[in-house]
Design a protein around this ligand. Structure first.
Ligand code: GDP
Length: 440
């Protein structure tokens, strides 16, 4: 699902070579490739253009937080735009009424019958008692098909093989549902190869009569932009509550799924990605965007950093470093700040080129806990005046207090004294650089 777009976007991001700031020049190629990736994935040309324009506006000139790099920032901006394009949040189906009536419509072959049984299976897991109603009065084979699928998974089905009256089928299904204590009625209506008057008259008739709580339109994602046109024509006749996109496991490039809700103004509620009964997913824009970018870890890192990293504190620390006044109190504060973000090892490993910046060969690496316990074993005066820590008595006391060997205390002090030298050689000061120099 969405692999095609994922590969193309990954390639577009790969070429981005910005350092500290994103500008017109360093982002131009990447934006061009993002637009191409979207169009190739079947995203409407105009939408792709607007999308890229928004990414450009949001990224150019934007100050990159010192704890992030520009590429991570672009990924987050693309992620946010994708989520917003897909409608931001999932809109759940309304199943609160007893009974709840769900009307399923769509073209023949779109996956309506398969979806109806998948939905029934899904609702059963939610402790509902669904009843599938075979309401295709034109194709007896469709009734058989629903029966076969449903019975295989023990899902109750209602049908009247000889009836050609959809209202009669619905009325009788209500009686049957009440007898069997079913509380969700799923009506699988007849489909056509194209939207025509007979189909629409029939659906309007059952729609007006049954007053569904949910009207879901099922559409085959493999038909690309046509899927959007089909929903558009259908929604002129009937107020649909949600869209179901099927066959996302196939060759579909995903563009229709991404843009459907922004073009139609109706949410995608489910996606189906296979023929098995369990191949149904609730449509969550955030999860899909994560899947498309394949970089969920970076997106959540940026979110955490943006939420929690205190830029002012970080700036203060850099100032002190550049003036050679960085002390152990600052290091402690910095560690505590970075710790809020999560695993430092993960963060550092996500920063391209990080390993090259600081050569850590032959250096002892410490854990957060070790550094903290060393610093906490110092007196406040020692923390503010690291230079007095040449004194062996002080070092022994710190070693006893922290449980770290004297040798390792010495090594930490030596590495600490190298920080300002190292930091001056790094153009884009990153908060993690300081910590990275110590950690295992
Ligand atoms: P209907 O005519 O709209 O009721 O469509 P069906 O439910 O009969 O589905 C038509 C064909 O598409 C069947 O062969 C299904 O097995 C297949 N199908 C439905 N949904 C999916 C899906 O998500 N993925 C794949 N690969 N096939 C699907």
């Amino acid at each position: 699902m969405f692999e095609y777009l994922q590969k193309k976007l990954d390639k577009a991001l790969h070429i981005f070579k910005g350092n500290s700031r994103i500008n017109e020049i360093n982002i131009a190629e990447t934006l061009k490739d993002i637009r191409k990736a979207l169009i190739d994935a079947d995203v409407n040309y105009k939408i792709a253009k607007i999308f890229v324009q928004k990414v450009k506006e949001k990224s150019i000139g934007k100050k990159v937080l010192s704890s992030l790099n520009p590429k991570q920032l672009i990924i987050k901006i693309i992620y946010d735009e994708l989520v917003s394009l897909m409608g931001k949040k999932n809109i759940e189906i309304n199943i609160s009424n007893n009974p709840t009536i769900i009307l399923i419509c769509g073209l023949q072959g779109s996956g309506k019958t398969s979806f109806s049984s998948k939905l029934s299976f899904f609702l059963k897991k939610k402790k509902k008692e669904p009843l599938l109603v075979a309401a295709d009065i034109h194709r007896p084979a469709a009734i058989d098909q629903l029966k076969i699928i449903a019975e295989k998974d023990n899902l109750p089905v209602f049908f009247l093989k000889k009836s050609k009256n959809i209202i009669e089928i619905f009325d009788k299904s209500l009686i049957y549902a009440s007898e069997k204590k079913c509380n969700v009625i799923i009506i699988d209506t007849a489909g056509r190869l194209a939207i025509d008057k007979i189909m629409m008259d029939e659906i309007q008739k059952i729609y007006q009569y049954s007053k569904p709580d949910e009207t879901l339109f099922v559409v085959d994602s493999m038909t690309g932009q046509d899927a959007i046109n089909t929903v558009q024509s259908f929604s002129k006749f009937l107020n649909i509550d949600g869209i179901v996109m099927t066959k996302l496991d196939g060759d579909s490039r995903g563009g229709a799924a991404i843009t459907m809700s922004s073009i139609i103004g109706k949410p995608i509620k489910f996606i189906s990605n296979g023929e098995k009964i369990e191949n149904l997913e609730i449509f969550y824009p955030e999860r899909i965007a994560n899947r498309i970018l394949g970089m969920g870890d970076i997106v959540s890192l940026v979110e955490k950093v943006q939420e929690q990293f205190d830029e002012e504190k970080t700036k203060k620390i850099y100032k002190k470093i550049s003036k050679n006044r960085f002390d152990f109190e600052d290091l402690l504060e910095h560690i505590q700040q970075v710790k809020k973000i999560g695993s430092i090892k993960n963060i550092v490993s996500m920063i391209p080129g990080m390993e090259k910046i600081i050569d850590n060969k032959n250096k002892k690496k410490y854990s957060f806990k070790e550094i903290e316990s060393i610093i906490l074993s110092m007196t406040p005066y020692e923390r503010n005046h690291p230079k007095i820590l040449t004194d062996i008595k002080r070092k022994k006391r710190i070693s006893n207090g922290s449980g770290i060997s004297l040798k390792n205390i010495d090594l930490l002090l030596k590495q600490f004294s190298n920080i300002s030298k190292i930091m001056k050689t790094i153009k884009d000061h990153s908060g993690k650089d300081i910590i990275k120099n110590f950690l295992s």
